[in-house]
Ligand binder design. Structure first.
Ligand code: UDP
Length: 363
């Protein structure tokens, strides 16, 4: 299948792109390099450097490459930032998604996979969270994703474009020692903890230890990025049977203290931790009920063990202490929009591209 992967140079998108290439699909990565990294794009994928805000460039890319399916990872992805900059998430994320959907519908793309989020559930009434749980987005980030989910329903109805909305819990781990997480700035727990182990930070701050949880720290469902990505491929194939929505997590919850303790065991570093105030917008516990995706797609996490997840991340961070170390966050050269290149060639190129207005890679 020919598949367009937006945000395919980012953390989760690049892993999905690698898995698609490995399965023999014809992959076109579309990325602005606002947050993505050239070196993350798998050999064998083609590359379109474009910003989803540039509807003309998006339309041209879809017209040229004629994808049968789209995986849409490119997005602003930070809950906290969305509380500071709601229009980036209620505006940009939604507008860019709409540009993509409009062109996809116009050019007859039949399959669409959306990176959605557990933030749709805000403060969940019950845990683990199944797909029937009340939707009450916890932030403009979650609200923007929910708007896109709702749009997809109508685009399926009106154009027959089948979709899967995958509501991620906490993506973590690395596909290989050469393909892992590299955000700037980094805000996620596991990479921050490992930066302490690398000596790049003095300590990690625990955002509150007075939560109603067994050890007082927040509980999250950390799911290996490779498992997350493989769910996209299964969903892509399953769309023959109709559109669908899944909560996508490990199904197991781990507290912040458990993460830090496991990282100490994996790295052999004492990883000092200090307790700070709660982070606004954090729910106490988020854990996915994975029954639907298991039953319908036969998906199950292969790397469900926290130790395995952290060990894979540690291999990546230890080998690449400065991440991809490229210029992936540099300002855009607008002449790049819509340019197509072979990724193997573009990886060697020293030029830097990005987006002035900032869609990064999703996840
Ligand atoms: N967290 C923390 N200290 C940090 C970063 C995160 O205690 O420096 C906590 C955060 O409050 C949450 C969990 O770790 O309970 C996972 O946070 P992360 O930002 O990785 O993902 P999120 O749950 O926000 O998607």
């Amino acid at each position: 299948m020919r598949v367009l992967v937006t945000g395919g140079a980012g953390y989760i998108g690049s892993v999905a792109a690698a898995q698609l290439v490995a399965e023999g699909h014809d992959v076109v990565v579309l990325d602005s390099f606002y947050q993505g990294h050239r070196a993350a794009i798998p050999a064998g994928a083609r590359l379109v450097v474009a910003d989803l805000a540039d509807h003309g460039a998006v339309d041209a890319a879809i017209a040229e490459h004629r994808p049968e399916g789209i995986m849409h990872f490119a997005s602003h992805t930070l809950v906290g930032e969305s509380m500071q900059k709601p229009f980036l998430y209620l505006g940009e994320n939604v507008r860019c998604g709409l540009n993509l959907l409009e062109s996809a519908a116009k050019h007859g793309v039949g399959r669409f996979i959306l990176s959605s989020t557990a933030n749709l559930f805000g403060l969940p009434e019950r845990v683990p969270i199944d797909e029937g749980a009340a939707i009450e987005p916890g932030s403009p980030y979650g609200e923007g994703k929910f708007i896109l989910e709702r749009m997809l329903r109508w685009i399926d109805e009106c154009f027959g474009m089948r979709f899967a909305a995958l509501r991620y819990f906490n993506a973590a781990g690395a596909l290989s020692p050469d393909l892992g997480e590299d955000h700037d700035p980094e805000t996620h727990l596991i990479p921050l903890v490992l930066q302490v182990a690398l000596g790049q930070r003095e300590h990690v701050t625990i955002y509150g230890d007075d939560w109603p949880t067994p050890d007082g720290t927040c509980v999250r469902d950390y799911v290996h990025v490779s498992d997350l990505a493989s769910a996209h491929l299964l969903a892509l194939h399953a769309l023959d049977g109709g559109s669908r929505t899944y909560n996508l997590g490990n199904g197991r919850g781990f507290s912040v203290r458990q993460v830090i303790e496991t990282a100490r065991e994996v790295t052999g570093h004492p990883i000092p931790a200090v307790v700070g105030p709660r982070r606004p917008g954090d729910p106490a516990v988020l854990v996915a009920a994975g029954d639907r995706i298991r039953a319908e797609l036969g998906w199950a996490p292969r790397f469900g063990d926290l130790r395995q997840i952290i060990a894979s991340a540690w291999e990546w961070h230890r080998k690449h202490p400065n991440g991809f170390g490229d210029a992936g966050t540099a300002p855009v050269d607008s002449t790049d929009a819509g340019r197509t290149a072979d990724s193997a060639v573009s990886k060697d190129s020293a030029d830097s591209t990005g987006s002035a207005d900032g869609r990064g890679a999703g996840g």
